[in-house]
Structures are given as C-alpha cells and as structure tokens.
Design a binder for this molecule. Structure first.
Ligand SMILES: *[C@@H]1O[C@H](CO)[C@@H](O)[C@H](O)[C@H]1NC(C)=O
Ligand SMILES: *[C@@H]1O[C@H](CO)[C@@H](O)[C@H](O)[C@H]1NC(C)=O
Ligand SMILES: *[C@@H]1O[C@H](CO)[C@@H](O)[C@H](O)[C@H]1NC(C)=O
Length: 231
C-alpha cells in the first residue's frame, strides 16, 4: 500500500468517521401497538433530565439529525453513540426539549392523547415528528416507548432518569422490544461516559451536557432529512 493510500485508509477507517446511513436504519413499517401502560405522571413531572440510553437505530439517527441540525453525511457514527450526550426535558406546557451535540437543542410540541401516548412535532420548521407510546415503565427509572414516525417507520427509545441502566433492566427492555417485533440487529445505545454530567443529580436542568470533544461541523439544513423510500 502506497503512503497516500495508507493516509486515505486511516482517514476513512481509522477514526470511526463513517457518516450515519439513514437507509441502514430502516427496520419495519409502523405496526399496531395494542397494549400501552399508564405512566405515573407525577413521577414524570419530577424528572428534570431524561437520558436516552437505548433505542433503535432509526430513533437515534432521526433524533441526531434533528438535534444536531446537520445532514446525516455530516454526522459521524462515533459521534451519535459516544459524543451526542442527548437528554430531554418534558415541560408542563407540553414542550419536549431535546439537547445534545455540544449545546444544540430542539423543541417539540407534544399533544397528549392519554398519559401513555402522545404526538410530537418540531415547535418550529420541518423535522422529526410522530407518535410515541409507552408500553413498559417501572415508574421510577425508565420508560420504554415505541415510536411511529410520520413517515411510517417504526422506532423505539428508552427515556431514563440515569445515563446507564442496570444490565438486568436493559435485558428486560431488550426482551420487551423483541416481544413487540423489534430486531436485535437494530438495537443501539448512547454512551454517556465522555459527557460532562455535572448537575446530573437531577437537581438542575440548566446544565448543558457537552462532549469532551466536538466533531460536528457547521449548523445547516436543520432537520431536513426526509424518508425517500416508503417501503
Ligand atoms: C405506574 O403508575 C401508574 C399511575 O399511577 C399506574 O397505573 C401503573 O400501574 C404504574 N406501573 C407500574 C409498573 O408500577
Ligand atoms: C465508542 O467508543 C468506544 C470506546 O470508548 C469504542 O469502542 C466504540 O467503537 C465507539 N462507538 C462507535 C460507534 O464508534
Ligand atoms: C414551554 O416552556 C418551556 C420552559 O419554560 C419554554 O422554554 C418554552 O418556550 C415553552 N413553550 C411554549 C410553546 O410556550
């Protein structure tokens, strides 16, 4: 291998700098969620910061594109998993605020149907929208939410009070996901090890989580990814 080829190979493969590939995240069309479970709304109200430790690939990619405000080609696979530091806050007025990627944020309007089902869409402009259900919760550390995107793709995410759930809980969540029809090959996670979690005790929502390094480019084309192929 020549020197320039070697340099190219390192640039392309050496640093986990692959872009996220939306097509690779397509899992299944939306399916009927027959059974939802009630959530303790007082508990939910008390959560100042909801972490996002586990989800399907589609959910992570759609969220990353929207919060980072970048095209998928400009978001690296490594950054979504290891540097995104995504967290959420549900406000009383129905605004769901997502933060991550070194201080980026995105607000969604939510419309509650029942305490275990709500629609979300960006407060401003185009972006990620869909319907969130809750099918599993312990009313104390996590909620498991299947999500039907407005493009008709099924996704799921786990909202939690802690950045990392115990293995036992994660096993329960993954078994539940499989029982609904989600596939293991699309299970992904957000790793908060490199995030600054100061103020993470849940006592303040003012702290912005920042990754220790930032590989994101400039802000542009906020949330412009749209599904091209509808199965
Ligand atoms: C969660 O709280 C709701 C509302 O109080 C309750 O109906 C439900 O049974 C609780 N679920 C669990 C698993 O404790
Ligand atoms: C995240 O970082 C860990 C090491 O800290 C690494 O092993 C893993 O491959 C990274 N994940 C991705 C998707 O690049
Ligand atoms: C809802 O409340 C949050 C937090 O106070 C605020 O940032 C947001 O702008 C509000 N949204 C609307 C639509 O009033």
């Amino acid at each position: 291998m020549g020197f320039s080829n070697l340099v190219l190979a390192i640039l392309l493969f050496g640093g986990n700098t692959y872009s996220i590939d939306m097509e690779s995240a397509r899992e299944t069309r939306c399916f009927w969620i027959g059974k939802t479970v009630p959530v303790d709304m007082e508990w939910m109200d008390s959560i100042t910061r909801m972490y996002f430790p586990a989800m399907s690939k589609m959910e992570l990619y759609r969220t990353a594109v929207d919060i980072a405000g970048e095209d998928p080609e400009d978001i690296s696979e490594d950054s979504v998993h290891n540097d995104s530091c995504i967290y959420w806050k549900m406000h009383h007025n129905g605004t769901l605020k997502g933060r991550g990627f070194s201080g980026r944020s995105r607000e969604y309007k939510t419309t509650f149907d029942r305490p275990n089902k709500f629609d979300f869409r960006p407060a401003e402009g185009e972006g990620y929208s869909g319907t969130v259900y809750v099918t599993l919760t312990d009313n104390s550390t996590f909620m498991f939410a299947p999500i039907c995107t407005d493009e008709g793709e099924m996704a799921w995410g786990v909202f939690s009070t802690v950045p990392r759930l115990p293995e036992r809980t994660m096993n329960q969540i993954h078994e539940h996901a499989k029982s609904l029809g989600f596939k293991k090959q699309y299970f992904v996670n957000v790793n908060y090890d490199k995030c600054d979690l100061s103020g993470a005790s849940g006592t303040t929502s003012a702290t912005v989580l920042t990754p220790s390094r930032n590989r994101m480019g400039s802000l542009r084309n906020r949330g412009q990814w749209n599904a091209r192929n509808q199965y």
